[in-house]
Design a binder for this molecule. Structure first.
Ligand SMILES: *[C@@H]1O[C@H](CO)[C@@H](O)[C@H](O)[C@H]1NC(C)=O
Ligand SMILES: *[C@@H]1O[C@H](CO)[C@@H](O)[C@H](O)[C@H]1NC(C)=O
Length: 206
């Protein structure tokens, strides 16, 4: 009887700690984390304001897919707050190639245009959807996902929120084919030959 109780106790403790690890970045023991380097004068609202997105207002739409981030690196006040943003701009016919965010789930909000999106779970099942302006889609933490503006003549704009101040991005094409992993290793892994691997690599290394 006692051991059964102990088992359930252990189980509930491990479930609780699992919930803590899934909640986001580690909790901090202060109200916020002050600037990493000393600043002139007292700390004020400026530190908690990110103006980097102003550059997008009234700017011409980019010619290639573009991400503009407001994460810990750009906006140090996010350190310890478990949140960040990215603005995604898709000219007609452009893709955000398959990638993962190791430290966060992503909540994507289509502000303009439409997007084909999808993620692949750990059993290789694809979950895809066509999103229109106003739609919100969630990409579960750590899973491979993509977005594609299949519209041949209209751009698309989306805002993504992340459950981490530093979600991180692992690009599948880059992490596999744009490193110094030996061509032989890749040829064997993809059940193909070295020239095929080199051809794929040359397209990314430009
Ligand atoms: C995007 O639109 C431009 C101008 O309408 C067109 O020339 C171009 O082919 C389109 N690109 C794609 C990938 O559909
Ligand atoms: C491949 O890696 C190089 C060096 O890190 C980088 O400059 C380039 O943009 C990468 N290619 C792509 C397609 O991202």
């Amino acid at each position: 009887m006692a051991s059964k109780l102990q088992f359930f106790l252990l189980l509930s403790i491990s479930c609780a700690s699992l919930q803590i690890t899934l909640a986001g970045d580690p909790d901090i023991l202060t109200d916020f984390i002050p600037p990493p380097s000393p600043i002139a004068g007292p700390l004020g609202g400026n530190y908690f304001t990110f103006t980097g997105m102003r550059a997008l207002v009234n700017a011409p739409f980019p010619e290639a897919f573009k991400v503009t981030k407001a994460a810990m690196a750009e906006f140090p006040a996010l350190n310890g707050q478990s949140v960040s943003y990215a603005v995604l701009q898709f000219p007609n016919g452009t893709v955000n190639p398959p990638h993962t965010h190791p430290r966060a789930s992503e909540l994507l909000f289509v502000l303009m245009g439409s997007l084909e999106v999808g993620f692949v779970d750990t059993t290789n099942k694809l979950f895809s959807q066509t999103l229109q302006q106003g739609d919100i889609f969630v990409f579960p933490k750590g899973l491979v996902h993509f977005q594609f503006n299949s519209d041949a003549s209209n751009p698309a704009l989306a805002l993504s929120a992340f459950g981490s101040a530093n979600a991180g991005t692992v690009s599948v094409p880059n992490s596999v084919f744009n490193t110094t992993i030996d061509d032989q290793v890749l040829a064997l892994s993809f059940k193909t030959d070295v020239p095929t691997i080199q051809k794929i690599k040359s397209g990314l290394s430009g």
